[in-house]
Unconditional design. Structure first.
Length: 134
């Protein structure tokens, strides 16, 4: 049951290499539910790519983040599970073959550079969504 929501958007320009940059709308929504839960969603897109993000919070602390990305035949999903104190518990990802095929099974992200890259992306998504739903 939802007890409130807010929406926002922004426009971003992407240089196409020729002519004027193209403009794309990014959108975000925050839903507040009973029991201290919030769901933040962001829909980001550009030329031949998109990324949909959902972040779940309990009493202001992140508990789960999910991202689905598409770009010219490449598709991926990322999941971040958080401990009750907001620190990362685990990260999972799955990808296709880059040629439009089905997503393969989940893999636990163990490499520190890959963890850092996903956490950086998460922080960017969270920041962008937060700016749009103020």
């Amino acid at each position: 049951q939802s007890s409130g929501s807010s929406n926002g958007s922004k426009k971003v320009k992407e240089d196409m290499g020729e002519g004027d940059p193209m403009e794309f709308e990014q959108t975000a929504k925050k839903c507040i539910t009973s029991g201290g839960y919030e769901i933040h969603t962001g829909n980001f897109s550009g030329h031949e790519w998109s990324n949909d993000v959902t972040i779940y919070f309990k009493n202001g602390t992140p508990i789960f983040a999910f991202s689905v990305s598409y770009s010219e035949g490449y598709a991926s999903e990322s999941r971040i599970y958080f401990k009750t104190d907001g620190t990362v518990l685990s990260m999972l990802s799955r990808e296709n073959d880059g040629a439009g095929g089905e997503l393969k099974g989940n893999k636990t992200i163990k490499n520190q550079a890959d963890k850092d890259q996903l956490l950086s992306a998460y922080n960017s998504w969270r920041n962008d969504i937060g700016q749009m739903i103020r």
